[in-house]
Design a protein around this ligand. Sequence first.
Ligand SMILES: O=C(CO)COP(=O)(O)O
Length: 248
Amino acid sequence: MRTPIIAGNWKMNNTIKEALELIEEIKIQNLNENVEAVVCTPFTALKDVKEAIKGTDIKLGAQNMHWEESGAYTGEISPMMLKEIGVDYCIIGHSERRQYFNETDETVNKKIKSALETGFLPIVCVGETLEEREAGKAEEIVKAQVINAFKDIPGNKIADIVIAYEPIWAIGTGKTASSSDADDMCGFIRKTIGEIYSENEKEIIRIQYGGSVKPSNVKELMEKSNIDGALVGGASLKGTDFVKLINF
Ligand SMILES: O=C(CO)COP(=O)(O)O
């Protein structure tokens, strides 16, 4: 049985003050205990949010990291620094990082290994552009991203990795993939994991869908057999909406 995981990716939103206000809004609600709820905050809010969620089941995530433990990488944050704060998750290879910050399949692979070695769980993002989908290349692109991301990662680590399928054309656009298209691609990713590893890993891996997930469409998506959760941008910035997503 795969535990559903709903993660809010706040992106570059919320000062510390705003972050704490949002957490208070979420905390006072009853949250479905059978769903893992994660907030991925900006680096600057991680420590304060960690304090604020103490005593709750809400988990903490970062949105990016460097793969090296330390060194001359001005402006970067190391996995050890995240570990010290006590993050449970780190988003890796989000399409916005691939698009604007030169993230490649190779750096994604290094970061996944580094997160696992340091002791927290990577949420690995994959997904195709609109042009790639329209050219009938979506599966080919996503398959290559998955194969490259998981290069040299042993099968016994699969339970500690979450994949987020986020079609780029559905992010922040209000356009959601239909629940059956999202399920098909998550199923295809699952099949790819089965090809790299075995039937066991194929069944274990948790796969989220991301891209304009909101209270009105979350239930339909979560009912699909290959979708184990959601990675949510916009709707995770409103406490009431995020709670509705967790309590789908
Ligand atoms: O990029 C996303 C989550 O990582 C999705 O963002 P939206 O939910 O705002 O479309």
